[in-house]
Design a protein around this ligand. Structure first.
Ligand code: CU
Length: 504
């Protein structure tokens, strides 16, 4: 067969296929929605005019999801979403002015049914500085609502759409500069349930990833402003679930019991990064990839594009802490893309022998970082005490230094030198700072014993963090040293060269 015939044949095939789908998906046929197409997926469709009294949509803040609709007919649904520009915590002791849909990042979760007619009201709080609008990916029509919803501060706007397609959709602000509005947290999820609803599960949670760009480096304290150049370069300072580092860890972790099934509605607001979404220690029994109609089974990591979503379902067999990460793993451990799901219940040693994942994976995120922010506040007010530095340093020593030098500072014989009663550490403060910032290699003698190994540079830590960690180490386990100040660390950083490949 020559090229000409095969091209012609495939052209005819495509024509034939589009004619068939054209019939089953005819939008003015009320039965179209229930028609099963040969793709195995659902049809888009109009289920006729709304029935009954208008319903006000229940909106929830993350990680909560509105309850299932359990409705068997299309309705008129009223959604009211208010934009607020709010200064909130992005990490312990770090704040950022977020632009939000409903006061949270991600914005309020919206849940409707395929075929519903949605009367959408966008309100922009009078305290806002910026105009905003909304583009809902679940809307059929140019701009997804954006052109009808441009709303100045103190104003409101309204438009109506019919939800023709089922699925899990992202919504976001699309006001220029679009990237900046999205980077400031203006996104959320809208679930369009299939007509028959979704299978009941024990827990439904709302988790959404986003990348953030601040002028200061990761965990640099205080109010941080948006860095346009970093955003253009796609070089985020933070990659986060639910808008702040630690939004879903410790006592804010997602909760479930063994034997229960969890359904995660996971979105990615971007603006730039694609997420490799993974739950450490779990396998997704089902993933409705890209938020669409069909599911894949037995998935380890699912890709969630910027401006996309996925539904992940799994049953919990073994109790413990499960860590949600973007498996582009530096984002999890150095930019904040880490959340937690805690499963309570009896051990199941046949499936897993036990041992907590916390210490292995969480590091300083396992504990509370309250002491850290207290120290930062105290320093800002010029009343930082050595005791506050020690408490803050202890929290940060855990997970940063303790993997090698051990929690009790004893090190490991022949491998990692001790910090406890270390003559090397205590002899020279400047050298101790240099060791942390720039690493140490070659033969060293500590308390009469020789070590010849490599300590990696830790210049990714802020000056505050280095000062607090060293103050803690030099005042613990029998050591009696003076406090190390942030200024001393700044001075050493300025006057020494970073090791090759180390963070700035
Ligand atoms: Cu906006």
């Amino acid at each position: 067969m020559n090229i000409g015939t095969s091209t012609l044949l495939s052209f005819l095939l495509v024509l034939l296929l589009s004619m068939t789908t054209g019939c089953t998906r005819s939008s003015d046929d009320p039965a179209a929605g229930s028609a099963v197409t040969d793709t195995g997926g659902s049809a888009s469709g109009d289920f006729g005019p709304p029935q009954g009294e208008p319903i006000k949509a229940v909106l929830t803040s993350p990680p909560d999801v509105p309850p299932p609709l359990n409705r068997s007919h299309p309705a008129k649904v009223i959604v009211e979403l208010e934009v607020r520009e709010l200064e909130k915590e992005i990490s312990e002791g770090v704040t950022y002015t977020f632009w939000t849909f409903g006061g949270t990042v991600p914005g309020s979760f919206i849940r409707i049914r395929q075929g519903d007619t949605v009367e959408f009201h966008l309100l922009n709080h009078p305290d806002s500085k910026m105009p905003h609008n909304i583009d809902l990916h679940g809307v059929t029509g140019p701009g997804g609502g954006a052109s009808s919803t441009f709303t100045a501060p103190g104003h409101r706007s309204q438009f109506t759409f019919k939800a023709l397609n089922q699925g899990l959709f992202v919504y976001h602000c699309a006001t220029a500069p679009v990237g900046m509005h999205v980077a400031n947290g203006m996104y959320g999820l809208i679930l369009v349930e299939p007509p028959e609803g979704l299978t009941p599960v024990d827990h439904e949670y709302y988790v959404m990833q986003g990348d953030f760009y601040t002028v200061g480096k990761y965990r640099e304290k205080g109010l941080q402003s948006f860095d346009m150049q970093k955003a253009i370069d796609e070089n985020p300072t933070y990659v986060l679930f639910n808008g702040s580092e630690g939004a879903l860890v410790g006592d804010k972790a997602l909760q479930a019991k063994t034997g229960e099934t969890v359904r995660l509605y996971v979105g990615n607001g971007g603006p730039n990064l694609v997420s490799s979404f993974h739950v450490i220690g779990e396998i997704f029994d089902k993933v409705w990839f890209e938020g669409g109609t069909r599911f894949q089974e037995n998935v380890q990591t699912t890709l969630i594009p910027s401006g996309g979503a996925a539904i992940a379902e799994f049953r919990l067999e073994v109790p413990g802490s499960y860590i949600l990460v973007d498996h582009s793993i530096f984002r999890a451990f150095n930019k904040g893309a880490l959340a937690m799901l805690k499963a309570d219940g009896p051990e199941n040693k046949l499936i897993y022998s036990g041992k907590e994942v916390d210490a292995d994976y969480l590091g300083d995120k396992a504990g509370s970082l309250t002491a850290v922010s207290e120290a930062v506040m105290a320093r800002a007010q010029g009343r930082l005490t050595k005791e506050q530095q020690i408490s803050a340093g202890k929290a940060q020593y855990t997970g940063t230094c303790s993997v090698c030098h051990q929690g009790n500072g004893q090190g490991l014989p022949g491998v990692f030198p001790p910090l406890a009663k270390s003559d090397f550490l205590m002899a020279n403060k400047r050298r101790a700072i240099e060791t942390v910032l720039n690493g140490l290699s070659g033969a060293v003698t500590v308390n009469g014993k020789q070590y010849n190994s490599v300590m990696p540079p830790m210049s990714q830590l802020t000056d505050d963090e280095v000062a607090n960690i060293l103050t803690y180490a030099m005042s613990s386990w029998g050591n009696q040293g003076a406090a190390v100040s942030k200024e001393e660390v700044t001075q050493v950083r300025a006057t020494t060269k970073r090791a090759e490949g180390a963070a700035e």
